[in-house]
Design a protein around this ligand. Structure first.
Ligand SMILES: NC(=O)c1ccc[n+]([C@@H]2O[C@H](COP(=O)([O-])OP(=O)(O)OC[C@H]3O[C@@H](n4cnc5c(N)ncnc54)[C@H](OP(=O)(O)O)[C@@H]3O)[C@@H](O)[C@H]2O)c1
Length: 331
C-alpha cells in the first residue's frame, strides 16, 4: 500500500510516498481503508521534532531518539472497514468509521483495535469532516470539560478560536452553556462568529487583555498568552488552560495549585472512545460542525504539513485518499 513515510526528522520535504506492507486486522481489531486523515499539530511537531518549552528530550524519547520509530504519521483517520478480526466486536464489513490511530493514518490502510478509540461516522458528516474530530474535537472537549471544568453561565475566552482545536472549542463551550469570546485574526472573525461565539476579538486590532472583561476560563490554543497576561483577565478563581506548555508552565501550575486563587490547568487530551461518542452525539443533534481547512491528496502531504505548520488554518487540514470522497460522502 502507499503511505507517507518519514525516515528522519526535519522539514516537510522529509515526507515521501512509499510502498509499504499493508497492515492486517488483529483478532480483536479491524482493518480500515483510509479515505481521509487529519494532518494535525501533533503530526508536524513529531515530524519536525518541535516540542515546546524544554520537552524536546521527552518528545524524542517518545518518538525515537535518533530517528523516528514509527515511520508513518497520522494520528486520526476516517474510512471504511474492509476486514474484521474473528473476536472484534461492534463493527462489520463496510462500516464507515473514524478514530485515533496514534500513528499510521497517512496511509491507504490502518489497523486498529475494535475496543479502542474508533466509532461509526454519523450520517450527518462524511469522511473528511469525521477525520477532523479526534484531534481537534476531543482536545477541545477534554481541555474545556475536564481541565477547565466549564459550566453554564461562565465567561470563556478562547485564544486561537479558528484553528483545529479552537473551532471545536468555541462550539463545545457554547454547548456547555458558556458565554464565549473568541480571538482570531481579521480574516477569521466572521468564521468564529459563525461557530457560535458571542463576541470575537480581532487580535490584529485589539489586545484581548485590554478590554476590561473578566473570564472564568482562558483557553489558549495558540500559545500566545502566558499566565502573567492571562491573569489580568481571569476572575479571582479563574483558570488558565494552555494547550501548548513546557516544563516552566508545568512547575508554575503546580505552584498555583498550592497557592490558591487563579489556577493553571495543564494536561494531555488522550484518545477515548467515550469522548468520540460524546462528539458524535453533538454532531447528530446539529450542535457541532467539523470545519475542514484544506484537502490535499496523499502525494501532496508535504504541502498539507506546510499549511498546518503555518499555524493559521481555519479548522483542520486533511489528506484525502479517494477522489470520490472529496465531498465527504460516506459510502
Ligand atoms: N496538550 C495536548 O494534549 C494538546 C492537544 C492538542 C493540541 N495541542 C497543542 O495545541 C496547539 C493548537 O493546536 P491547533 O492544531 O489547534 O493549532 P492551529 O490549527 O495551528 O491553530 C492555531 C490558531 O492560533 C491562532 N493564532 C495565531 N496567532 C494568534 C494570536 N497572536 N492571537 C490569537 N490567536 C492566534 C490562529 O488564528 P489566525 O489564523 O486567525 O491567526 C489559529 O486559529 C498546538 O501547539 C498543539 O500542539 C496540545
Amino acid at each position: 500500500m502507499k503511505a507517507a513515510v518519514y525516515e528522519t526528522y526535519g522539514p516537510a520535504d522529509v515526507l515521501e510516498i512509499k510502498d509499504v506492507p499493508r497492515p492486517e486486522a488483529s483478532e480483536t481489531g479491524v482493518l480500515v481503508q483510509v479515505h481521509a486523515s487529519a494532518v494535525t499539530s501533533a503530526d508536524w511537531r513529531m515530524r519536525a521534532s518541535a516540542f515546546p518549552g524544554g520537552l524536546w528530550l521527552i518528545g524524542r524519547l517518545m518518538t525515537g531518539l535518533f530517528a523516528p520509530r514509527k515511520k508513518i504519521l497520522g494520528v486520526a483517520f476516517a474510512g471504511r472497514v474492509v476486514s474484521v478480526g474473528a473476536k472484534a466486536d461492534g463493527f462489520k464489513l463496510g462500516d464507515p468509521v473514524y478514530g485515533f490511530s496514534g500513528s499510521g493514518g497517512h496511509a491507504e490502510y490502518v489497523a486498529v483495535e475494535a475496543a479502542g478509540p474508533v466509532v461509526r461516522i454519523p450520517e450527518e458528516i462524511g469522511y473528511d469532516e469525521a477525520a477532523t474530530i479526534p484531534f481537534g474535537g476531543v482536545s477541545a472537549l477534554v481541555f474545556l470539560r475536564d481541565f477547565g471544568k466549564v459550566a453554564a453561565g461562565q465567561n470563556v475566552l478562547i485564544l486561537g478560536a479558528s484553528g483545529a482545536v479552537g473551532a471545536f472549542a468555541v462550539q463545545i463551550a457554547k454547548h456547555f452553556g458558556a458565554e464565549v469570546t473568541g480571538v482570531a485574526s481579521t480574516a477569521n472573525v466572521d468564521f468564529v462568529r459563525s461557530l457560535g461565539a458571542d463576541r470575537v476579538i480581532d487580535y490584529t486590532r485589539e489586545d484581548f487583555a485590554g478590554g476590561g472583561a473578566q473570564y472564568d476560563i482562558v483557553l489558549d490554543t495558540a500559545g500566545v498568552a502566558r499566565f502573567a497576561r492571562a491573569k489580568r483577565v481571569l476572575k479571582p478563581e479563574g483558570v488558565y488552560v494552555p494547550l501548548e506548555f513546557g516544563l516552566p508552565t508545568a512547575l508554575h501550575a503546580l505552584w498555583r495549585s498550592i497557592a490558591g486563587g487563579q489556577r493553571i490547568a495543564i494536561g494531555v487530551s488522550g484518545d477515548s472512545k467515550a469522548d468520540l461518542q460524546v462528539l458524535n452525539g453533538l454532531v447528530e443533534q446539529g450542535a457541532l460542525r467539523a470545519p475542514v481547512a484544506g484537502q490535499y491528496r496523499l502525494d501532496a502531504i508535504a504541502d498539507a504539513h506546510r499549511q498546518v505548520e503555518s499555524r493559521h488554518s481555519r479548522g483542520t487540514v486533511v489528506v484525502t485518499l479517494d477522489a470520490m470522497n472529496v465531498n465527504g460522502a460516506a459510502v
